[in-house]
Design a protein around this ligand. Sequence first.
Ligand SMILES: Nc1nc2c(ncn2[C@@H]2O[C@H](COP(=O)(O)OP(=O)(O)OP(=O)(O)O)[C@@H](O)[C@H]2O)c(=O)[nH]1
Ligand SMILES: [Mg+2]
Length: 328
Amino acid sequence: MIKKDIFIGHSLVKIYNNILYFYPHGVNFVSTTQKLYGNIIEYTITVESKETKHNQNKQHIENEAFKKFKGKLLAKGLDYDWLENISDKIIENGFSNDIKLAMNYIIDEIESEILINNNKTNICPKIIMMVGTTGVGKTTTIAKLAAKFKTNSYDTVDISFLNLDHYRVASSEQLKMYANIAGASYEDIYDSVAFNSKLQSLSENSVVFIDTAGVAPVDIAKILETISYINDAHDIKIEISLVMPATFKKEDLIYAYNHFSFLNLTSLIITKFDETSSITGLVDFLRTCPAKLDYFSIGQKVPNDIIDANSDYIIERLRDEWLEINEK
Ligand SMILES: Nc1nc2c(ncn2[C@@H]2O[C@H](COP(=O)(O)OP(=O)(O)OP(=O)(O)O)[C@@H](O)[C@H]2O)c(=O)[nH]1
Ligand SMILES: [Mg+2]
């Protein structure tokens, strides 16, 4: 006898996994409807069990429009093998007849693969070092986060900025200015002895932001200098955040990440979201990146243009971008 069943939920991937759990031998998809509650989509999927144990006569029909859409996603930077794998499930479920459903399925899958740090602690003392290539927004992000820590902490925190960047002309002036605005103390640090003794003398309620020189991935000497500072302070916990802009191509993101990953990165901060209309390549990189996302910088304004990293922001941007490319 054919049994009908209804699955309801917000994530197509989770619903699909549930269906697989209850019907490991496969189902026929009878209907799929979606309702929008604010920003949240609720799917209702009706399935019927297969009469045969094995799904031998399954017909995989790849809709032409879906094929075209997939081509556009590949051109934007999604990984071919990954997308093919997901497409098989989309086609099998009959979602390929409805581009929006297919799109939401892919986005759900991406959401489940991206790592976000949702448990930020304000436990002091806290030491955060920003590293990254040149001009990505390290110094500006420090200024924004300092203000955020000040506003969010009920107890008075003692914020200081340490500057290890002595390569770029005016790097001190820029950070000093932000220190003044944020009510933070400022110090130029020239060697690892001074660095170590500074960190050893921190008070209980200290939050320290360490600014470093922008390093081109090929500039090994500067990277080694940063490492020597970290190694010499081995008994002190330093959180290391790699700052990368959303404007980078996927290849640049991978290139930069690979050159900095041996610093034992604590998190990623993505900047300049406001400067790009396409985040598909970035998202494809984030999907496979083992470091957790901490913050998104969404503009030049200090201190306001920074938000906690969150998947809703990425999903909304991705949905807008993909709806647009689908219509082109
Ligand atoms: N549009 C936009 N601009 C940003 C963002 N974050 C930083 N910037 C700008 O990017 C430029 C470089 O920012 P910095 O903070 O100096 O970058 P940096 O990584 O410290 O640069 P170096 O120290 O030279 O390596 C500045 O003009 C910032 O205002 C952002 O989220 N959006
Ligand atoms: Mg800087």
